[in-house]
Design a protein around this ligand. Structure first.
Ligand code: HT7
Ligand code: ZN
Length: 854
């Protein structure tokens, strides 16, 4: 396959101002008629190129006459002589056979579509590129008993009965859109409905459509939708623009959700929530994804992307918007901690590995491989840095300008940056490197204090590591929020500064530093970089107790823990005392929010510890972490008990405070278990049985699944399984909890689970719950004999035959071979090579595996 290059972009030669689509829906064979009004764009003789993938053409006409068309490597080409023509096509497609879940497919008795990025070509012939904006009218007919509900984009304009038990519905979308935003759904669905009145007084009919047994689980999503709609009006001045807004939940979905105009389609995991089946984490994720997809109505739909290289234009900006929304709904500090933790877990390793790419990539083989943490999460950090540099008022002026200038068009990253420059009166020339240079910058910071003069000097140095295809890098603009604290008085020495580090090296001077200073740097994680300082354990412990920025406080604690664990891995032992004392201080500070405490006392993950080491030794990391966990558990035993008991609520309540208490309870239970307390598993079992919510139940189950008490573990797993048999989303938790277990027999258990009657690779959630979860279990996946690698490779080979997109997303853990010892590296490479040799390997997998081997 040939790479698509950003530099090769050419504007479309033909536009399609209008399309009328007519679907004769049937799961086995659906007939799709399309009438395209096409319009020549510019002076050229190029034929009309229509993409098509797997379509069975029945007829193709131009202006009512049979067309002369040629098959091309990506669809058909039709030579046209005039400026405007009417092109009509009729094709047959087979939704039931569609296991890739791209285009029109069947899921649990429904018919639904997924068109981003290039799925529309699997429905009909069309120029499947985001810079072709078209007005859609859609007619669907289907069996009325099986598919009583027929939904599409825009507003409903007609419906009625037909002969033979069939019926039809017509929808019209007044907003021109790229075809990746096309959607339809047909099925036996019910809706949780409400009305939202926009600030200009437009009444919008809202509907969350699910199968009837799930209706009771949709209130949280509906509430989140209304809150998001108001928030986007208040914070960004963006109002909704159609008379209806529908969301449909489906069980088989490659991703989280999809922002189709007026008809969002969701993975049911991000819609359905009730206390018995969803954890607090799930509740938060539902609200965040509902908000994310809703916010796309402006950042993505009203202003879309010119080409897929601009993907972060909509995704980075929209993630930034949903992060800000979630921060406004609860604890902003905890939200920032969670976002940074996931950036470090997913994006930093991506940026340091064979799949590293810039936020605006230069080339791809398969665009669906580029829906990455770099495009989404690093992209959001880039927007956040612009917001930091401009300040809130100018940033808002920049976003207003961007929406005003580009409404109804397909824009570029460059357009966004220009709007920020023009509204903010700033020069972002050098800042643009964030879009073109891959790799996580490293900043080293050294603070020197001259006792006599009362001056202090901060010496900063940045380096940007080489990444595939980019051996040398220029210095970037790094906005670093920093502040000094006096180690004697524990008070701030001056106010916070925003330093823009633009050169390779810089010096920042501080006056009137009257006592030994301690450096608080990259507060709020103002730049997505790795900061290296020479701060001592005592200084980090000091900051963890006294910094007035909660994120910096958390960060100091993490760094202290990380330094201790890295020392333990390197030398076989380390001084645990500073960590124990810092955790004691945090745990007993009555002024801290419990939700913050729960995050701050958690040790860095095995993988994050591994990321700090030149060669990852999974077993040594696991042992070092367990030793520190055990010590914390034993030394602070009484505090964990007090915290555990003090955080008990009588009844479930969904509020930030109650969520914080539940989190403290589960984290404390984990430490009680780590201490080796004799009653740990009975305590966990009691929590497991008495829980009136999934957070408490799953928290207890995780503790039991990691415990050596075979009887309690197996009993809890059986009870959980039987209680939730038939509930796919909860069974996913049953699979993933076992796949993430730290027990030595996890690999054998996972292999056994892959033959379980409830396991199937055909459902992406289920595949991810076992194979995806197992491959991030650093210890089990990296078993020294390579059995973990072999298992994952076998699964990926099988999954690729059904769903290449989902399979390709699971390749990265195998591509981390350079980070391991020679033995493991060889075994991982052997599995990658075996996958590469598989006959009929998809383009998706070939790209991911090929790059991972390079
Ligand atoms: N914009 C949506 C992306 C998406 C997607 C991409 C590839 C394959 C399937 C997909 N489903 C949804 C999701 C979002 O970021 O909002
Ligand atoms: Zn998105």
């Amino acid at each position: 396959p040939r790479a698509v290059r950003r530099a090769d972009y050419r504007a479309p030669e033909w536009q399609v101002p209008r399309i009328a689509l007519d679907f004769d829906l049937d799961p086995a064979a659906t007939r799709v008629r399309a009438v395209l009004e096409v319009e020549r764009s510019g002076d050229h003789n190029a034929p009309l190129q229509l993409d098509g993938d797997g379509l069975e053409p029945l007829s193709i006409t131009v202006d009512g006459q049979p067309a002369e068309w040629q098959a091309t490597d990506r669809g058909i080409a039709i030579a046209l002589t005039g400026e405007r023509h009417r092109v009509e096509t009729e094709v047959l497609i087979h939704p039931e056979r569609n296991t890739q879940l791209m285009g029109l497919y069947a899921s649990g008795g429904l018919l639904c579509t997924q068109c981003e990025a290039e799925g529309f070509r699997r429905i009909t012939y069309f120029p499947d590129r985001p810079d072709v904006l078209t007005r859609y009218s859609v007619r669907m007919s289907a069996d009325k008993a099986r598919f009583p509900v027929l939904l599409a984009n825009g507003d409903p304009v007609g419906a009625g009965d037909l002969d033979g038990g069939r019926h039809f519905a017509e929808w019209d979308d007044p907003f021109p859109k790229p075809c990746y935003l096309f959607a339809l759904v047909a099925g036996d669905l019910v809706a949780n409905r409400d009305t939202f009145v926009t600030r200009s007084g437009r009444a919008v009919e809202l509907g969350i459509w699910v199968r009837s047994p799930d209706l009771a689980k949709t209130d949280h999503a509906l509430a989140a939708l209304k809150t998001s709609m108001r928030w986007d009006e208040d914070v960004y001045g963006r109002e909704y623009d159609l008379d209806v807004f529908n969301i449909v939940a489906v069980d088989d979905f490659n991703f989280g959700a999809m922002e189709n105009k007026g008809l969002n389609i969701f993975n049911s995991r991000y819609i359905l929530a009730d206390p018995d089946t969803a954890t607090d984490y799930d509740y938060d994720a539902v609200a965040a994804v509902v908000a994310h997809e809703y916010f796309h109505n402006w950042s993505g739909n009203r202003v879309t992307c010119r080409d897929w290289f601009q993907l972060s234009l909509k995704e980075g900006f929209t993630v930034y918007r949903d992060q800000s929304f979630s921060a406004d709904q609860g604890s902003a500090a905890v939200k920032r901690i969670e976002d940074v933790r996931s950036l470090r877990a997913a994006q930093f390793p991506e940026d340091a590995g064979p799949l590293a790419h810039p936020v605006r990539p230069d080339a791809y083989l398969e665009i669906s491989n580029f829906y990455t943490a770099t495009i989404y999460n690093k992209g959001a950090e880039v927007i956040r840095m612009m917001a930091t540099i401009l300040g809130p008022e100018k940033f808002r002026a920049g976003s207003d300008l961007y929406f005003d200038r580009h409404d109804g068009t397909a824009a570029t990253v460059e357009d966004f940056v220009c709007a920020m420059e023009d509204a903010g009166g700033v020069d972002l020339s050098q800042f643009r490197l964030w879009y073109s240079q891959a790799g996580t910058p490293r900043v080293s910071a050294r603070l020197e204090h001259e006792v006599g003069s009362g001056r202090a000097h901060l010496y900063l140095r940045q380096t940007v590591p080489p990444t595939p295809g980019q051996p040398a890098k220029d210095p970037m603009v790094l906005p670093l929020r920093l502040k000094l604290f006096g180690s004697e008085t524990a008070s701030a020495l001056g106010t916070e500064q925003l330093v823009l580090l633009k050169d390779g090296e810089a010096e920042v001077a501080f006056e009137t530093v009257t006592e030994p200073p301690v450096l608080s740097i990259n507060r709020g994680f103002s730049a997505p970089v790795i900061v290296e300082t020479d701060r001592s354990a005592a200084e980090l412990a000091f900051l963890s107790a006294h910094d007035d920025d909660p994120f910096a406080r958390y960060e100091a604690m993490q760094q202290l823990m990380l330094d201790t664990l890295v020392a333990a891995v390197r030398h076989g032992r380390a001084d645990h005392a500073p960590v124990v004392e810092a955790v004691r201080n945090t745990l007993t500070d009555p002024n801290l929010d419990p939700a913050f405490v729960a995050e701050a006392v958690l040790l860095p993950s095995d993988s994050f510890i591994g990321d700090q080491l030149a060669v990852v030794d999974p077993e040594a990391i696991y042992q070092a972490r367990e030793a520190l966990r055990g010590e914390l558990g034993r030394t602070l035993a009484d505090h964990w008990r007090t915290a555990y008991e003090g955080a008990q609520d009588d009844r479930f309540e969904y509020s930030p405070a109650a969520k914080g208490r539940r989190r403290v309870r589960t984290v404390s239970l984990g430490y009680i278990a780590a201490s080796g307390a004799a009653d740990a598993s009975s305590l966990a079992f009691r929590q497991f049985e008495a829980a009136d919510n999934m957070s408490d139940r799953q928290g207890a189950l995780t503790t039991l699944v990691n415990s050596a008490d075979d009887e309690a573990r197996e009993a809890a797993l059986d009870i959980f399984y039987n209680r939730y048999a038939g509930n796919a989303l909860v069974l996913d938790k049953w699979f993933s909890t076992q796949a993430l277990s730290s027990r030595p027999e996890t690999l054998a258990r996972v292999v056994e689970l892959s033959h379980h009657r409830d396991f199937t690779l055909a459902n992406p959630n289920r595949a991810r719950s076992l194979v995806g979860a197992f491959s991030v279990n650093q210890r089990a996946f990296n078993a020294a004999d390579g059995a973990g690698y072999r298992f994952v490779a076998d699964q990926l080979i099988a999954l690729d035959k059904l769903n290449p997109q989902t399979a390709a997303k699971l390749v990265p853990p195998l591509g981390r071979w350079r980070r391991f010892d020679e033995g493991r590296a060889k075994l991982m490479r052997a599995e990658l090579e075996r996958i590469m040799r598989t006959p009929g390997l998809s383009k998706d997998m070939a790209e991911q595996v090929g790059k991972s081997l390079d």
